[in-house]
Design a protein around this ligand. Structure first.
Ligand SMILES: *[C@@H]1O[C@H](CO)[C@@H](O)[C@H](O)[C@H]1NC(C)=O
Ligand SMILES: *[C@@H]1O[C@H](CO)[C@@H](O)[C@H](O)[C@H]1NC(C)=O
Ligand SMILES: *[C@@H]1O[C@H](CO)[C@@H](O)[C@H](O)[C@H]1NC(C)=O
Ligand SMILES: *[C@@H]1O[C@H](CO)[C@@H](O)[C@H](O)[C@H]1NC(C)=O
Ligand SMILES: *[C@@H]1O[C@H](CO)[C@@H](O)[C@H](O)[C@H]1NC(C)=O
Length: 808
């Protein structure tokens, strides 16, 4: 306050000076009921957007769409292993530019919530921990261990100082209103006993000593030393589940999501965070797991590419606006709950000098109901909540789409419209150079043990070679037996690949067995182990092993077992193609081969050039036909691909029902299909003035013949709107409405893609929608009334509406 007074004085003295230094300091605290911003209790909607899961070019658009969607704050983790890939070597460039991301939030006029952790979980590789921590002597993670606490404090302090230096904490005039230390430790603390308790106390003290001037929180920590009462702060954690290579796509219908949000505010909640608001992409080797896909779409209100997911985005926007109108009653009012029986209830917030606000709830997941309340009747679909900002008029119901009045968009992928782009790309190829490791050469050290992969390689690569040799008297067929903790094993004997296998069920221990002919004399056995994202969650998750730890590795023959586990093993981290940087556009390490390409060949590199698709719509590359590997565009990694992994065939439903408690398998699509076929190519990776380069490393054997680039846009736009309201529809980007596929004013039924005429409709509707408003337009609005859509001649239809399906 004092600071502001001084600045106001200065205005009369030097307005130029004041323009440069007029920052509004914001005070943040909490009083158990709500967060207080400048002394006022606030209702806040926050949403997670993780900066490394998109590109700096996308940030502003994502944040503005979040703001337009009614959010007050953006929340992100800080990803330690992205920022400190090697000990005391830092990276804050490109999509690791945390400060720029916070400034984008500030520029949009939103608050920021910074979950410094530095443990993140987040389905991020190794939960955000740098794997080099494993090589610090005596270090044990997330417990009362001095080496760990030293490194954690070092990184936490570094981040706090950076944010402070840029004056980004709220009291400095910045957007950061909350910070988080540790993360979800309460869920696993019991595993650590007293050391866990001491560790949590230390976290709180250490964080506190940094004096950031805004409250610290500890997610899911009920006994936090400075607790943030759980009932006012909640994460809509796991709005859905993330996607894994072996799983179909999970969805959560917005009617159920909105129900959950409304229920939270009805139960005294005041700050909610959507995990995720934009999920994005796990570029490079950042996905956790094992087995989490490159797409981190999360069925969020903004899709992986940053498009509005409709109706989810718009439906939640309406909810946010309605709840915001009741901020005073919900944060300062008294709460009165009336149970009406059979799952029905009324919750009223009221007090002096404020408009009372009501929530009517129908918890019954199968029966619709009517509620009589203070002389009015309200219809509540099963599993829905109606919101009455003045306790009289129903402004919103979580399940009444026609009341919410939001467009439904069906997204499509359109072919690359760049001029003269041939339908098939022209490829060159070359084999991965395996000669050295297949002959036991090129190792960087040896050991008489089978070593654990993460601690040995510090996760510098997915790949690690285990190489040994064995002398055999006479040629003989033997079974090579490898007991490995996964995730993928390729076995070679005397230069020939005898087999490959990956761990089922998301990456656990398995046994490989295959017959091979051993020759008389020296035989080379080379085992290539590959990881597919490191575990990120659970007590001691960091110790879950990868690779052929202790094996055993054996040769099984008729007269007994030859155990090779304590042979001399030579180790090599990574593959030759990475060392030679074959993924770079201009790599000249080797010659590539042109003409007929070899397909279905494991350990093969493919390369092609392509023109960037025209327009501004998001771009994806379709990798159907490929096996498993990694993809790069102009040297930038799109992430791992594995379209040959077919999702579990069971559990998908034709039609999803939003009603009832959300479960992981409530609403699945893509059963029995390639678990991820399309991979995001951010526009900023592409050049429009020159050809772009796509490089694929294929580990399992695939065929790039059908690989091509597409843009993602709205294909169909639908709406179903009650009489008296205005219907609006829009396409996206440069697209316009090309045809009206369905239009009926009367009592049509069904949903987008499946509308049906009812028993009654106005004759001129289609013409009116086409001519009057929509064809050729990027977006159109039309009032739903007889004067425009035509007279309804039939009687007995009480609830009249307009349903339209347009093609973009
Ligand atoms: C982190 O540790 C390094 C030494 O390893 C030290 O130079 C640096 O000052 C520390 N940084 C902070 C913020 O504590
Ligand atoms: C909600 O807040 C009111 C007012 O502070 C309090 O009386 C009531 O016990 C709270 N109810 C719940 C369910 O937390
Ligand atoms: C839901 O409503 C039906 C029909 O009124 C009733 O039989 C059932 O018991 C209700 N379920 C719950 C959980 O209230
Ligand atoms: C693989 O090794 C583990 C750990 O030593 C052991 O428990 C398991 O029985 C082994 N599996 C087989 C099939 O030998
Ligand atoms: C290839 O491109 C990179 C980055 O664009 C550059 O640093 C490097 O010098 C180039 N190498 C060659 C051989 O042209």
């Amino acid at each position: 306050m004092e600071l502001r007074g001084k600045l106001l004085d200065l205005i009369s003295i030097s307005s130029v000076f004041v323009l440069c230094s007029l920052v509004q300091s914001t005070s943040v605290s909490h009083d158990g009921r709500a967060l207080l911003i400048n002394g006022q209790r606030r209702l806040l909607f926050s949403g997670s957007i993780h900066y490394p899961r998109s590109t700096p070019d996308m940030w502003s658009d994502l944040i503005h769409k979040a703001k337009e969607g009614g959010l007050d704050a953006i929340e992100t983790y800080v990803f330690w292993n992205s920022h400190e890939p090697r000990r005391r070597e830092y990276d804050f460039e490109g999509n690791h530019d945390l400060i720029r991301f916070i400034k984008e939030i500030q520029n949009a006029g939103l608050y920021a919530i910074l979950r410094i952790g530095p443990y993140a979980c987040a389905e991020w590789n190794y939960g955000g921990f740098p794997a080099w921590l494993r090589q610090v002597p005596g270090l044990q993670m997330r417990t009362n261990n001095q080496p760990f606490k030293d490194d954690m404090q070092n990184f936490t302090t570094l981040i706090v100082k950076m944010v402070e230096k840029e004056r980004l904490f709220a009291p400095q005039g910045g957007p950061v209103i909350l910070a988080q230390i540790e993360n979800e430790y309460g869920n696993i603390q019991w595993e650590y006993g007293d050391a866990g308790k001491q560790y949590v106390q230390w976290c709180a003290k250490m964080a506190d000593s940094l004096n950031i001037g805004v409250p610290w929180i500890m997610c899911q920590q009920s006994d936090a030393p400075q607790p943030m009462p759980e009932d006012f702060h909640r994460e809509l954690d796991r709005m859905v589940r993330f996607k894994a290579w072996d799983k179909p796509d999970p969805h959560r219908l917005v009617e159920d999501l909105a129900y959950s949000v409304a229920h939270f505010f009805q139960s005294n909640g005041t700050l909610i965070n959507y995990y995720m608001y934009h999920g994005g992409t796990n570029f490079g080797r950042t996905s956790g797991g094992p087995y989490i896909t490159t797409s981190y779409d999360y069925d969020a209100p903004l899709d992986e590419y940053g498009n509005k997911r409709q109706p989810k985005w718009g439906h939640l926007k309406v909810l946010h606006i309605v709840i915001k109108t009741m901020e005073k009653a919900l944060t300062y009012g008294d709460r009165h709950y009336t149970n009406l029986g059979n799952g029905l209830s009324v919750t009223k917030f009221f007090g002096d000098r404020m408009t009372p606000s009501c929530f009517l709830m129908n918890e019954n997941s199968s029966a619709d109901a009517n509620i009589d309340y203070e002389g009015n009747q309200y219809f509540l679909p099963a599993w829905s909540i109606s919101i009455l900002p003045d306790c009289k008029e129903e402004a919103y119901n979580t399940a009444k789409a026609t009341l919410v009045n939001v467009q439904t968009s069906i997204m499509v992928k359109k072919p690359n419209a760049a001029e003269k782009e041939p339908s098939n790309l022209v490829w060159s190829w070359r084999p991965e150079t395996l000669r050295m490791p297949l002959n036991g050469l090129g190792g960087s050290f040896t050991s008489n043990k089978l070593l654990e992969q993460i601690s040995t390689s510090a996760d510098q690569s997915d790949y690690m070679w285990y190489m040994t040799s064995v002398d055999i008297a006479d040629e003989e067929k033997m079974t090579l037996h490898v007991n490995t903790t996964g995730h993928v094993l390729h076995a070679f004997v005397n230069g020939r690949r005898i087999g490959s296998q990956f761990a089922p069920n998301g990456g656990f221990r398995f046994v490989f067995e295959k017959v091979a002919t051993m020759k008389s004399g020296k035989n080379y056995i080379s085992l290539l182990s590959a990881t597919v994202g490191l575990k990120n969650y659970g007590a001691h998750f960091e110790l879950m092993p990868a690779g052929i730890v202790d094996g055993p590795v054996q040769l099984i023959r008729e007269q007994g077992v030859l155990d090779l586990s304590s042979n001399e093993w030579s180790y090599k981290i990574g593959l030759d193609g990475w060392e030679k940087k074959l993924y770079l556009k201009n790599s000249t390490a080797y010659k590539w081969r042109y003409g007929i390409i070899q397909t279905r060949r494991p350990f093969t590199w493919y390369k092609t050039t392509f023109k960037a698709p025209l327009g501004s719509e998001p771009v994806v590359v379709d990798l159907l036909g490929m096996g498993k590997g990694e993809a790069w565009v102009n040297g930038q990694s799109l992430g791992r691909f594995w379209p040959s992994y077919i999702a579990n065939p069971d559990g998908c439903k034709q039609v999803c029902d939003y009603r009832g408690m959300y479960k992981d398998d409530s609403c699945l699509t893509g059963c029995g299909e390639p678990s991820q076929r399309w991979y995001h190519v951010p526009r900023s990776f592409l050049k429009t003035s020159e050809p772009n380069t796509l490089v694929l490393f294929e580990e399992a054997g695939g065929d790039p013949i059908d690989v091509n680039f597409l843009t993602v846009t709205v294909g169909k736009a639908c709406a179903s709107v009650a009489e008296g309201k205005t219907m609006t529809l829009s396409c996206q980007g440069d697209q316009t409405i090309s045809s009206i596929e369905f239009a009926s004013f009367g009592d049509p039924t069904g949903t987008c893609g499946f509308f049906k005429r009812g028993s009654c409709e106005a004759k001129e509707t289609l013409l009116a929608v086409e001519k009057v408003a929509c064809i050729g337009q990027a977006s159109c609005s039309i009032e739903v009334k007889e004067e425009i859509l035509g007279k309804l001649t039939c009687n007995g239809v009480s609830y009249r509406r307009l349903a339209v399906q347009a093609s973009c």
